[in-house]
Design a protein around this ligand. Structure first.
Ligand code: SF4
Length: 198
């Protein structure tokens, strides 16, 4: 059975679904089965809301202050579970809650989900991956329309309603694209983090 909660380096993560609306060329899911102390993050069947909540209740978070929703799938593809589980993590375990997302949750759920997220999240990290539409489509291979625009809109709305928002790229991008990403995030008023490709 796949791990719902796992730790990696200094953080604890919740792996709530394997569903995703992208097919990123670099997706770690296609390279290895597990991360950190998890043997596998592939669920045989995606966990129910009750199973995720129970896993959070059962986990010993001693020494950790934050739970990050990030696994082998996109958490906003299981929005009702994400919202309920984040609430439990905050209210019962007194954790800060971060969402790592591809930023396509509004497109996926066909509505503006940011106000609901703002009720239960402390911070959001959005994968930018590329500075412009064409390149983004090539790398992320989104299954929703107007994905690049949707992701930027989501980032802006999250900044307004949640505040603690950052965007990320991996350090495999060429220098000129990194510079363009810096310009774009500056326009959006959101900090950019360049992270190492695992
Ligand atoms: S959004 Fe994340 S989980 Fe989905 S394909 Fe891309 S890297 Fe993988």
């Amino acid at each position: 059975m796949a791990d719902i909660i796992y730790s990696y380096k200094d953080s604890v993560y919740a792996n709530i679904t394997n569903k995703c609306n992208c097919r990123c060329t670099f997706c770690i899911r296609f390279l290895k089965d597990g991360v950190g102390d998890a043997d596998t993050l592939w669920h045989q069947t995606n966990p129910s809301k009750g199973e995720v909540i129970q896993a959070i209740r059962d986990y010993d978070f001693t020494g950790f202050e934050e739970l990050v929703f990030c696994g082998y799938g996109e958490p906003t593809c299981a929005l009702d579970i994400l919202l309920a589980a984040a609430k439990v993590a905050r209210e019962e375990k007194h954790l800060r809650v971060r969402l790592n997302t591809n930023g396509l949750g509004n497109a996926e759920n066909k509505r503006d989900i940011v106000p609901e997220l703002a009720e239960v999240l402390d911070s959001v990290s959005i994968s930018l991956n590329a500075p412009e539409k064409e390149k983004y489509e090539q790398v992320v291979r989104p299954q929703v329309s107007d994905a690049f625009e949707e992701m930027c809109k989501f980032a802006k709305a999250s900044k307004e309603k949640i505040g603690d928002v950052r965007m990320t790229i991996v350090d495999v991008l060429p220098d000129d694209e990194v510079e363009k990403c810096k310009e774009l995030t500056k326009q959006l008023g959101i900090p950019l983090r360049v992270r190492h490709f695992t």
